[in-house]
Write a protein that binds this ligand. Structure first.
Ligand code: FEO
Ligand code: CA
Ligand code: CA
Length: 667
């Protein structure tokens, strides 16, 4: 379903994740499409597309089968498993020879005293003690001192947003064949607020299967009401002071946590993404934050929490929105620790914060701003990671330099520093200090001439090679006049993946080279311009890359958001993508989600024997899938995955994938 169609859903209030806000980047910076089109000739692009379409149209089925068999024999893919068949149905599917076990589902008890899940009579108090809704990022850190680090650890899971029409009974009405959803009540608001945030859970393999340790002192819920501190250059400054917090240092809650990462010192970082949807009301006339909020589409009010808490009403608390849109760091091994919003990493619609130790010990954090025409960032710490002293690393993310990427037609990428006092980030342009630059990161990036991208999602560094993989999920708003004949995708409906090779293989470098690893979409349709290798099967291609991870063998795995029966004839899933050798740009389908869901996570244990994936918003949408053909909601769901019980709604869940009989995944 396209973003525009999503907006037409009667439940559009719950469609926040899909970044449907109108594009706000009105700067004159060039788009990625323009750059790509300058770099590649029309001829090169047609060769890629036609090579595949010629196979499917001019030779017979038998010949095709023979060609497929030869491909399989000669393949030098780093991945070895039998592909799942692409398609859409009510169930999940994993490659043959693997188990996919549901580990944690929405409503699961996390503590010995958690009430059992009763979806028809949910309460805020119960939800605060249970696994939250819409699991997105999944991270895993081994328990310190564990005998087997890949069998005992702590899981961190983001709960990005809520879909009330799938969560609550009796709130959807049908009148004259039209669906509508009741406005939230204060009680429903409180449940939804408790369903947001994150879960920290100790897990362990018992008799070969992962299980939650319910009485672990590490289990914890972070919600929209948890106390969190602002740290770094913005902490304590005027633009983040509110009536409830005149110190400008203490925020309640984290919202719309999308992707994230582990850090080398054993914490989790998590990106606050579509924060605009929680605010309502209007700023006082001529307020200094007007342009700042417009650039982030604040307020776009599907949730409109200002109806329930003054702080979300801009007319009453004009600075509260400056306290969201940050990367949050949580120490999972100290349940009393206060999570910190690391303001040095900038404020925008953060996707993830994947990071790596650079050659000299500084840490590079790659950051995507998930909006059409927004930017790719990299933060480099000032201090160095000390592997022998955990405490010394705990505030590394407070000091360093935030950069934004400028991609050039000659194949170079420059990381431009966003530093107050360096032109043009000066008083002349309304910046008085680094806090201003960070609060208005997008405007600072506009001014230095960053490259407008097609919705940057996860950005994944490869520690060993100095390469970086950028998921650009799609941008259907790119106008035909923003591309030329050399880039046939006027509307980038399927996204692409860019590979950066940092200079000298050094992740702290301020320049590198770039190329396109993959343009996504159906490679058998020449007009799509997809560039999967010809080795890729009809099941193996995908659209809309979103989350990504590199396993310990250095292989890239990509999770997608937005594939469905209508868009690509396939559900979202986890795809294995070759990045090296003759099989580069070959993709294979390893796991697929049930109808309506998006694939999030993924995360591998250090030994690659388990892959944790998150199935987000199962049973959402509906008209896209002909077998269902109508909007899905609590009483009339397209799937009741994973329980398939008549009194149980569909439940977003984290799934643990392991190989039958043990062993590394995909080998
Ligand atoms: Fe939450 Fe960028 O998707
Ligand atoms: Ca995402
Ligand atoms: Ca996503």
């Amino acid at each position: 379903m396209s973003a525009d169609e999503r907006r037409e859903s009667p439940f559009a209030a719950s469609m926040l994740e899909h970044a449907d806000a109108p594009p706000r980047n009105t700067s004159g910076n060039p788009t990625m499409g323009e750059i790509i089109s300058r770099r590649f000739s029309r001829r090169e692009i047609l060769q890629g597309a036609l090579a595949v379409s010629a196979i499917s149209t001019t030779i017979g089925v038998k010949a095709l089968a023979a060609a497929e068999a030869t491909k399989a024999e000669t393949s030098q893919s780093a991945f070895h498993f039998t592909e799942v068949e692409a398609g859409v149905d009510a169930h999940h599917h994993v490659a043959e020879g693997y188990d996919a076990d549901v580990l944690l589902r929405w409503g699961d008890a996390l503590f010995p005293d958690s009430p059992s899940f009763d979806p028809a009579r949910q309460t805020p108090e119960a939800q605060a003690r249970q696994f939250g809704y819409n699991n997105d990022f999944v991270g895993y850190l081994p328990m310190p001192g564990a005998t087997d680090p890949s069998s005992h650890g702590v899981l961190f899971v983001n709960h990005e947003y809520t879909n009330p029409h799938l969560m609550f009974p009796g709130i959807v009405e049908i009148k004259d064949g039209k669906l509508s959803m009741h406005a939230a009540t204060p009680e429903r608001f409180r449940i939804e607020a408790m369903a947001h945030g994150a879960t920290i859970a100790e897990i362990r393999k018992i008799d070969g299967k992962w299980a939650l340790i319910k009485d672990s002192p590490l289990n914890r819920r972070v919600t929209a009401a948890t106390e969190i501190h602002l740290s770094g250059p913005v902490s304590g400054t005027d633009r983040v002071k509110t009536n409830a917090d005149p110190s400008g240092r203490k925020v309640l809650g984290t919202l719309n946590n999308c992707s994230g990462a582990m850090t080398p010192w054993g914490t989790f970082v998590s990106g606050e993404e579509n924060i605009h949807g929680y605010f309502s009301g209007a700023l006082p006339e001529g307020h200094r934050e007007t342009a700042n909020y417009q650039r982030l589409s604040i307020p776009l009010a599907p949730y409109a929490w200002g109806r329930f808490e003054d702080r979300f009403d801009l007319s009453k608390e004009p600075n509260e929105a400056n306290r969201f849109g940050w990367v949050v760091e949580v120490d999972p091994f100290d349940p009393q620790s206060v999570p910190k919003k690391r303001t040095a990493l900038g404020r925008f619609k953060h996707e993830g914060a994947d990071n790596v130790v650079a050659k000299d010990g500084r840490v590079a954090v790659y950051l995507g701003d998930d909006e059409r025409f927004d930017y790719v960032y990299k933060f480099v710490t000032a201090g160095r990671f000390d592997p022998t002293n955990r405490a010394a690393n705990m505030d590394l993310l407070d000091t360093g330099t935030l950069h934004v990427a400028k991609f050039s037609a000659d194949g170079t990428v420059l990381w431009l520093p966003l530093v107050f006092g360096q032109e043009p980030l000066t008083e002349t342009n309304g910046f008085s200090n680094q806090a201003d630059v960070l609060i208005e990161t997008r405007r600072a990036a506009d001014l230095v001439g960053a490259t407008k991208m097609d919705r940057p999602e996860d950005i994944t560094p490869h520690a060993a090679t100095g390469r970086v993989y950028i998921m650009l999920t799609n941008n259907t708003k790119r106008q035909p006049d923003e591309v030329d004949a050399a880039n046939p995708r006027a509307e980038n409906a399927f996204g692409h993946i860019i590979e950066i090779i940092e200079d000298g293989g050094d992740h702290a470098a301020t320049r590198g080279r770039w190329e396109i690893l993959l343009k996504c979409g159906d490679p058998s349709v020449a007009a799509v311009g997809a560039t999967f290798s010809t080795e890729t099967s009809k099941n193996g291609w995908f659209g809309m890359p979103d989350n990504a991870v590199i396993d310990s063998a250095g292989r890239l795995w990509v999770a997608t958001d937005g594939n469905d029966a209508k868009a690509t004839g396939r559900a979202d899933g986890l795809w294995a993508v070759d990045t090296d050798g003759p099989s580069r740009a070959t993709s294979k389908l390893f796991f697929r989600v049930p109808h309506g869901a998006e694939m999030c996570g993924p995360c591998f244990t250090p030994d690659d024997t388990t892959a944790f994936v998150a199935v987000q918003h199962p049973a959402d949408d509906g008209p896209d899938w002909p077998e269902f053909g109508r909007y899905s909601y609590y009483e009339d769901l397209s799937t009741r995955w994973p329980d398939f019980q008549p009194d149980m709604p569909a439940r977003p869940s984290v799934v643990a994938i392991t190989r039958k009989g043990g062993g590394k995944i995909g080998t």
